[in-house]
Design a binder for this molecule. Structure first.
Ligand code: RM4
Ligand code: MN
Length: 388
């Protein structure tokens, strides 16, 4: 197989899921800047996501966040998505924005609040049934701020109990993906702070529980590709929440801050057969576009993942394995770096043209007039953002 064929095969199979919340207004705790033409409901968010797919051909599904994307009829929303050429993907639960959750959700010391949180997670599985979604993504803001505030082990036990109940509720073809995050909003302890804790909970439950790696949720300098490699080897990598960080959970566009890291991650994905759809690795974006136009930024992000993946596919795996066997340190590293330094953009442009897409998706989107249309149409109502 030539390099071009290998890249073409791998890129054709690569689907990237978009987060509905990327299309709504967002910001920091200092200010949310309102943009023009922003969707006012989940239907309009799905319409924006469909634009990203129309111009990239690589983003056929959109993840929902509940309750931000609550609608009366989920089957109807799924039908709307289908009519626009996309589908509803992962359902993200949200047990971090209710006053009841001040001291945590599923690990809260109060059994009433734990019940409420677990019921929300079960409701998310009901929604998955209606939308035909495979995955439930679980992220918990749970933790403590002060030493002595709560019992660390007690919280783990409460968490395990809730996860077990949700696990039991999953259908045969459904999974949950447990997300970890180093810190924030809890600063002293976080109940799922790292991949090891997430893995321990998942392994205790069974094959339908897997770990999801949000690339922004690590300490500076963490070797994320190592985590990718280990989880893939163990069959426990459920997917990615892609984004970029400089300092903490910045949620910037994937591949913007450290494209070399993204390449290293995608190499480990390829090495561990994670590009094979049968391996069950979900490639999702989890980003917020606070100062840049949102749809174009999502298109750009999809292209960034494609570029890193194409470079990972350029690596001559056989030659690399031989150099590694021979202990050829410099040779192996050179093979790796040559692949990273390859300009894959012309290859990707050709692939797009071959499948009837514009080779330059961002320019084509700008020319389409969609942005001007939604700016004119979406007046009145309230723009979607965190909490809506
Ligand atoms: C969390 C986590 C979740 C995402 C929310 C919005 O930090 O990354 O995946 O749903 O933010
Ligand atoms: Mn995330």
């Amino acid at each position: 197989m030539t390099i071009d064929e290998r890249v073409a095969d791998g890129i054709r199979d690569l689907n990237i899921e978009l987060p509905s919340w990327a299309f709504g207004n967002s910001g920091t705790r200092f200010k949310v800047f309102a943009q023009k033409g922003v969707p006012r409901d989940p239907y309009e968010k799905v319409a924006d996501a469909a634009q990203v797919h129309a111009f990239t051909g690589a983003a056929p599904s959109v993840a929902l966040h509940i309750p931000w994307d609550r609608v009366d009829d989920y089957a109807q929303l799924a039908k709307h998505a289908d009519e626009l050429g996309v589908r509803i993907g992962t359902i993200n639960s949200n047990v971090f924005q209710d006053d009841d959750y001040m001291l945590g959700s599923v690990a809260n010391p109060d059994p009433r609040i734990r019940r409420k949180a677990t019921d929300h997670l079960l409701e998310c599985v009901d929604i998955m049934d209606a939308t035909g979604s495979r995955d439930l993504k679980l992220w918990f803001a749970d933790g403590t701020n002060y030493p002595g505030q709560d019992d660390i082990v007690g919280r783990q036990e409460r968490l395990a109990e809730s996860l077990a109940e949700v696990y039991e509720r999953l259908g045969d073809d459904q999974r949950f993906l447990l997300e970890y995050k180093l810190f924030e909003p809890s600063f002293y302890t976080t109940d799922v702070p790292d991949w090891g804790t997430a893995y321990a909970h998942c392994i205790a439950l069974g094959p339908k529980a897997r770990v999801v790696i949000d690339t922004g949720h690590h300490a500076p300098g963490t070797n994320i590709e190592f985590i990718v490699a280990v989880l893939l080897r163990l069959g426990k990598l459920g997917g990615f929440d892609f984004n970029s960080r400089f300092y903490a959970d910045d949620d910037l566009m994937v591949g913007a801050a450290d494209p070399f890291q993204l390449f290293r991650i995608m190499w480990e994905v390829r090495r561990g057969k994670g590009l094979d759809p049968g391996t069950g690795v979900a490639f999702m974006l989890d980003q917020c576009h606070n100062i840049e136009p949102k749809i174009a930024a999502q298109i750009r992000s999809v292209m960034n993942v494609q570029e890193a993946t194409a470079k990972a596919l350029v690596v001559d795996a056989d030659a690399l394995a031989a150099a590694q066997r021979d202990g050829d340190v410099l040779g192996a590293n050179a093979l790796f770096m040559d692949a990273y330094s390859t300009d894959v953009r012309p290859m990707l442009a050709d692939l797009r043209a071959e499948s009837g897409l514009d080779p330059d998706p961002v320019a084509a989107y700008h020319r389409s007039g969609y942005y001007e249309t939604v700016c004119a149409d979406r007046v009145g109502g309230s723009a979607a953002g965190w909490g809506a």
